[in-house]
Design a protein around this ligand. Sequence first.
Ligand SMILES: Cc1cc2nc3c(=O)[nH]c(=O)nc-3n(C[C@H](O)[C@H](O)[C@H](O)COP(=O)(O)OP(=O)(O)OC[C@H]3O[C@@H](n4cnc5c(N)ncnc54)[C@H](O)[C@@H]3O)c2cc1C
Length: 409
Amino acid sequence: MTPSPPRLTDAGPGTSVAWQEAVDEPLSERLLDDREREVRDAVRRIVAAEVAPRALGLDRTHAFAEDGYQALAGAGLAGLLFPTELGGSGDSTVAYAAAMEELTAACPSTSMIYMTQTHAAYPIWLAARPEVATAIVPQLVDGRAYGSLGITEPNAGSDVSSLRTTAREVQDGWQLSGSKTFITTGDRADVIVCFATTDRSAGRSGVTAFVVDGNADGVEHGRPLDKMGLHASSTAELFLDDVHVPTAHRLGELGGGWDVLLSSVVKSRISAAAQGVGIARGAYVRTLALLQERHGGRLPQEVAFALAELRGAILEGRLLLLTTAREVDRALDPPTADIAVMKQRCTDLGFRAALAAVRLLGPVGDLADTGVERYVRDAKAAQIYDGTNEIQRLLVARDTHRRTEELRP
Ligand SMILES: Cc1cc2nc3c(=O)[nH]c(=O)nc-3n(C[C@H](O)[C@H](O)[C@H](O)COP(=O)(O)OP(=O)(O)OC[C@H]3O[C@@H](n4cnc5c(N)ncnc54)[C@H](O)[C@@H]3O)c2cc1C
C-alpha cells in the first residue's frame, strides 16, 4: 500500500539542531578546530530557527529568502571570510565551508544569497583601493546592500574571453555598456562586480573588473528568471547603458580581470562544493527521519544499506571539501586541479544523493510537501555555475596531461 504523505510542520522532520547533531560524523568533526565548530554551531542554531521553517514555503512562492539571510547577517555570521575592519569575523575558509553546508542543508536558496554576498564582496576586498573596500564591503557583510557578480553574458560564460560588455575610458572614469544574464541577486543588486572588455581583440587580457553602483543611471535590473530550482534566490538579467564608473572603482590592473576572477573562483568553488555536500546531507537526514517515522525505527535491510551508502558518500564529500578548504587557508595559490576535483565531485554528489533520497521514499519522495524533491531541482544548478562540471573535468584533464606529458615515450 502506498503510504499517505507525512504531515509536516513547516520545517519538517530532520531539520532540528538535535537531528543535525545526530548525523554529525566524528571523523569530519575532527577536521574543525574549536572556533570553526563554534561558528558552525551558531549558524546551525539560526538555521533551525529562522531558515528551515521558511524553506518549503519559499520554494512554493518563489519569494526572495530575505529573512533567513538577514538573520544570519544580523548575527554577524555573513562575513566570515572578511577581516574585522571590514565588518567581517576573519574566519577560515573551513569555517565558511562548514557554515555553507549547514545553511544549504536547510535551504539551498538562502545559501545562494548568502554566498553571492561573499562572492561580490571578495573581489572588492582583494582588488579595490582600500577606501573603496572600506566603503562597500561592510554593507555587503551586514546585509545593508545586496551584491552580484556579473560575468555571464548571453554569448559568454565558460568562455570569458568572448565577453561583449565594453568599458570605455572617459575623463573621470569609465562608461560600461552591455548586458549580463543569469546573475544571482541581479534583480536587486546595489553593488555589481562587473567584468567588461576594453579591447575585444585582446581576449582575456582585455577583460577588466569594475565595481558598479547598481542604482546608477543606465543600470536596468531584469525580472527574476523562472528556474527549475533555487526558487527563493533570484537570477536575473542586467542591462548597462553607458553607466558611469569612477576611476577608483576599477578592480586591479587594466586588463587584469582574469586574475581577479581566478583569485575569486577559489572561494566561489568552495561555496558550490559546500552546497553539494549540504544538499546531500539535507536530503539524507530528512529521508532518514521520514523512513524512521514510517518503519518505526526498524528499517528494512535494503533501506538501511542504501542509507549507509548515502552516509558514506556524504562523509567522503565533506572530507574532500574540508581538506581542500584547509589547503586554501594554508596556501594562497592552491592547485587549480584540486579545486576543480572538489567542485565537480561535491556538486555531483549533491545531485546524486538527492535523487537517491527521492527513490528511497518512493511516491512520497515525489511530493513537494515531503521536502525532498526540491533538493533534486536545487542541486542541478550547482553543477552548472561557478564553472560547469564539464569545465572542471577539462581543467583536471589538462592538469593530468601537463603532468604526464614528458613521460610519454
Ligand atoms: C542558478 C544560476 C545562477 C548563476 N549565477 C551567476 C552569477 O551570479 N554570475 C554569473 O556571472 N553567472 C551566473 N550563472 C551563470 C553560470 O555561471 C554559467 O551559465 C556557466 O558558467 C556556464 O556558462 P554559459 O552559460 O556560457 O554556458 P556554456 O559555456 O555555453 O555551456 C553550455 C554547455 O556546454 C558545455 N561546455 C562549454 N564549454 C565547454 C568545453 N570547452 N568543453 C566541454 N564542454 C563545454 C558546458 O559545460 C555546458 O554543459 C548562473 C547560472 C545559474 C544556472
